[in-house]
Design a protein around this ligand. Sequence first.
Ligand code: SF4
Length: 494
Amino acid sequence: MKVLLVNPEFPDTYWSFRHALPFEGKRCAFPPLGLLTVSALLPQSWERRLVDLNVQKLKASDIEWADMVFATAMLVQKDSLRDVVRQAKARGKKVVLGGPYVTTTIEDLPEADHIFLGEAETTLPIFIEDLARGEAKRTYQAAERPPLSATPMAHFELANLKRYSAMSVQYSRGCPFSCEFCDIIEIYGRVPRTKSNQQMLAEFDALYKLNWRGTLFIVDDNFIGNKKNVRLLLPDIAKWQKDHGFPFSLITESSLNLADDEALLANMRDAGFRRVFIGIETPVEESLHEAQKSQNRGDLLSSVKKIQSYGMEVMAGFIVGFDNDPLDIFDRQIDFIRKSAIPLAMVGLLNALPETQLWKRLEREGRLLGEASGNNTVCTLNFKTRMDPAFLVQGYQTIMRTIYSPREYYERVLASMKRTAQQFSEPQHYNIIGALASLTRVLVRLGVIDRERKEFWRFFTRTLFKHHTRIAESLRLAAMGYHFRKLSDAYSES
Ligand code: SF4
């Protein structure tokens, strides 16, 4: 059996980092971890090829080669997924689909031959047996959420690692909280399941042996969802990192209550976590209450500062469009982002995702207008907002324009670098040639060609004086700022 694993293309979103990647000489931020894991669930004797449309084109010859085309997608990849399905069916191939998008919108792709709903660790082996008997069914619904001990190590070697800016691994699925707009808890549940320490360290080993050095994203939606297990994991990661000379700079996502646990913060710092994404959403208490985001309580700015004081850059998600948002929400968000020293603030318009509690409430209230795009930075609303929609979109665009104007952005970067300044004892692993090439690209693009070059040089000079040991980090953030500015320009015109 020959299987073609296809990862559909991501549109230009915050997480695509598309405008920043060329500075690094990379094509995509992360490899398709889900598909690499699916590959590991298939029989060893099956031949397999990976085509990630974010780093390469889908060739007719690849489809012709395959007996079956497997694809997984998130909502935001749905247009590209449809195109993949169309191309595969046009060549008479069997199409097998899974992933969050298919799970929450099952009948959207009637052409698919086999559909996996939920997590495939238990259903894929059944499908393989059914297929061998010639009795494969159309739909495989996971009866329960499998323990992650059943998740094999992803076939990282299938991906061309050089094309990605970061590698990814997963430690847990699920989150104990119940944010109204969140689809994670509907897909993965509210009881976080984790891998064992041995599984995680084996994945670290595998990536190390594949010669990966640099950023490693632990892609959990809430890394500290199961705090008990995380506490046991972190010392093992710290030891592994120390034994290997800290080859990985770790990033993850976490709920804001991380700030309440200094021991955990210290463990994360010692394990090599350098960036953490937090869903802050809004500084407005009433809106947080409406979103059932009870874990974001107290002084949010102090919480952010606390995390930063452990050497971790905070990235964060913000949302406008809640029913309880006051008319000055836009100024309040800008003010919060400014004071928080969060360089990468991912601000979006509230979107009702399928199957979420928010979707169900709006459906009951007769306020749904259509399906979500999955890209909450696109200026379309899929429900009737309390605030005038034109006012809301305009306010959102003002936030984007303001926070990504070069001066505002660079000020936040410098403030963040000041707050995250720590004396890390571990050696950093730089690919000197790669770093010099990136440096040259950033200096030419942002320091010579870009219309905002004056602001760049002002920032760069201040970095040289105040953070001369962190030039590489400052240039990475400058490139990121360029990405976000490009996006905000595009959204202002949309
Ligand atoms: S904390 Fe994050 S992952 Fe957990 S329910 Fe809220 S939005 Fe979802």
